[in-house]
Design a protein around this ligand. Sequence first.
Ligand SMILES: Nc1nc2c(ncn2[C@@H]2O[C@H](COP(=O)(O)OP(=O)(O)OP(=O)(O)O)[C@@H](O)[C@H]2O)c(=O)[nH]1
Length: 217
Amino acid sequence: MPPRYGYQPVREFHVVVLGAGGVGKSCLTAQFVHNEWIESYDPTIEDSYRTQVSVDGRQVMLEILDTAGTEQFVAMRDLYMKTGQGFLLVFSITSRASLQELATLREEIIRIKDDENIPIVIVGNKADLVDQRAVDRAKAFAISQRWQAPYYEASARTRTNVDEVFIDLCRQMLRRDDIDLPHNHDDIYYQKAEDHSSSRRRHRRKNKEHRTRCVIL
Ligand SMILES: Nc1nc2c(ncn2[C@@H]2O[C@H](COP(=O)(O)OP(=O)(O)OP(=O)(O)O)[C@@H](O)[C@H]2O)c(=O)[nH]1
């Protein structure tokens, strides 16, 4: 059934936030979803959030999984990686080891997804802790270039680049989805324009023409 006049499509994506323990994954996610700063450190087991954003005029529903960075929960990572369509790889600019951990995570994602071009954004968090910087910005940038992923320095504390990292990932996932023609579009639903209520209307997208047109965006 085609969408009714005044309704807009909402794309839905699964985002997974990964990185070593204490780098600020939960704080970045809480700032993005709730505009909330968390001072205390309470290691995460697993938290999921659902939030809708507008990206270049397109509505995107994000299911965000904030994962545990501590070793004892690594067994669950395979499962997260299987379901993720986009990944935020977070390290802290105050810890060289946390950047090194990202290499392993990235390799695992590529192996599990069997996809070298899976949408990824690299985030150097805690950029406000200038005096404690241990990772050279140029070095982190060079690594991200080698991985062909954008690099942002962010601060969950000052809310610097928080929206930008999530929106960049959304753009990558949208671009990816637009050119992924043999895709099952069961997860598209239509929503009344400017109505962000939870009433969901699922429709199959009608034809390839629309998808091809979206590539230009
Ligand atoms: N100064 C500063 N502190 C931060 C920032 N982001 C997080 N923190 C602090 O770092 C600690 C850990 O933050 P979390 O967001 O819980 O870290 P996490 O990566 O989710 O940790 P795990 O749940 O163990 O994986 C907390 O005390 C935060 O207040 C930041 O951008 N700047």
